[in-house]
Design a protein around this ligand. Structure first.
Ligand code: FAD
Length: 317
């Protein structure tokens, strides 16, 4: 009800698009673990990337509209919503919040119209929740270039994206820095993670950075420590809750994903045996819910953030 009429029109346009173009084909892609590249030209027309960003060809719409659009995508397919969330939120958002004016002018208009697709590489094979203090991927400045080494796991869109934002620890000052890594960079390779049973359409990659050389112009000029990485995570953590304080966004994420898990499980039960057949959709929602529960901060981690905020004491292991 709080959406202006023009924004509500966009919401309905997205709903119609999902019903007409996505619903009939999406379960088959899910079954085959494949991404529906055929939908990209139509998604471009919808014009839903970078909705809430100001300038750089973006629309300066409300965070509420951004969140409602994400919900409309998820209503039919949480994987497609994740694809847009990673591209428009995490990847574009890193450049929007941490890039120089030059970097924003160059990349954001191209990403808004999906001419350039983005990914976001923070998690590592041995470090997920603990990325704030435990990032092991390194960067080192050599002359006017940077050398990156390490691995990134679970990176959504990375098997086909044009750029990936890579977060790495500088071995000289120990601070986390961000880099715009292009797909054909020497020393950058991606292997698709096979065998997922949740968000099967999202193409998650294991990235290896083996003496990957990045020019200074592709270092995010305003990413100087993990505090800057956190700004991006805070913005995306809770979608519509993104204007809230960190602990409020965390609470929203925990509450909503716990409720989602209960809801999809009850839904599955209502369908009886049919509830485990893909053609009845609910089994896919139930499986997809598991990834949403864990990514962008697990329930426990978000609860610990809220607990620390209320009690002033931290209970992280
Ligand atoms: P862990 O951190 O190992 O957690 C395992 C368990 O231990 C959890 O229950 C957790 O709550 C608990 N735990 C961990 N630390 C503590 C602690 N200190 N105290 C108490 N309990 C603790 N990452 C990216 O960078 N880019 C992406 O695009 C991306 N896309 C993803 C898409 C999917 C489908 C999935 C599943 C993941 C994606 N991720 C991505 C990674 C995701 O953000 C991580 O999976 C998440 O942060 C959890 O990290 P982990 O898997 O290493 O689990």
């Amino acid at each position: 009800d709080k959406l202006p009429e023009k924004d509500n029109k966009l919401r309905l346009k997205v709903r119609e698009f999902m019903e007409k173009n996505v619903k009939p084909i999406i379960n088959d892609y899910w079954y085959r673990d494949e991404f529906p590249h055929e939908l990209i030209p139509k998604l471009k027309e919808l014009d839903i990337c970078g909705l809430s960003y100001k300038g750089y060809g973006c629309q300066n719409k409300s965070n509420l509209l951004d969140g409602v659009v994400a919900a409309e995508l998820s209503r039919i397919d949480p994987s497609l919503s994740t694809f847009i969330g990673v591209h428009s939120g995490l990847s574009m958002g890193s450049i929007y919040l941490c890039g120089s004016e030059e970097q924003k002018d160059y990349w954001l208009p191209k990403m808004r119209n999906m001419e350039v697709l983005g990914a976001f590489g923070l998690t590592e094979p041995l470090v997920g929740s603990g990325v704030a203090g435990g990032l092991t991927t390194t960067c080192e400045k050599k002359g006017d270039k940077w050398v990156l080494n390490g691995q990134k796991k679970w990176i959504g869109n990375s098997t086909f994206s044009d750029i990936t934002i890579i977060w790495a620890r500088d071995i000289n000052d120990n601070q986390v820095k961000g880099f715009i890594v292009e797909k054909d960079n020497i020393g950058f390779s991606v292997e698709k993670i096979e065998g997922k049973v949740s968000l099967k359409i999202v193409q998650n990659g294991l990235i290896t950075l083996d003496n990957c050389i990045i020019e200074e112009k592709n270092r995010l000029q305003n990413a100087n420590s993990f505090k800057d990485t956190s700004k991006v995570l805070k913005m995306t953590r809770a979608g519509v809750a993104c204007r809230m304080k960190d602990e409020q966004a965390s609470l929203a994420k925990v509450w909503i994903t716990k409720a989602m898990r209960r809801l999809v499980s009850t839904g599955r039960e209502l369908f009886g045996g049919n509830g485990i057949l893909l053609e009845y959709d609910i089994a896919k929602y139930m499986a997809d819910a598991e990834a949403l529960y864990s990514y962008e901060g697990t329930a426990q981690i978000n609860e610990l953030i809220v607990g620390r905020s209320i009690t002033g004491k931290q209970a992280f292991i």
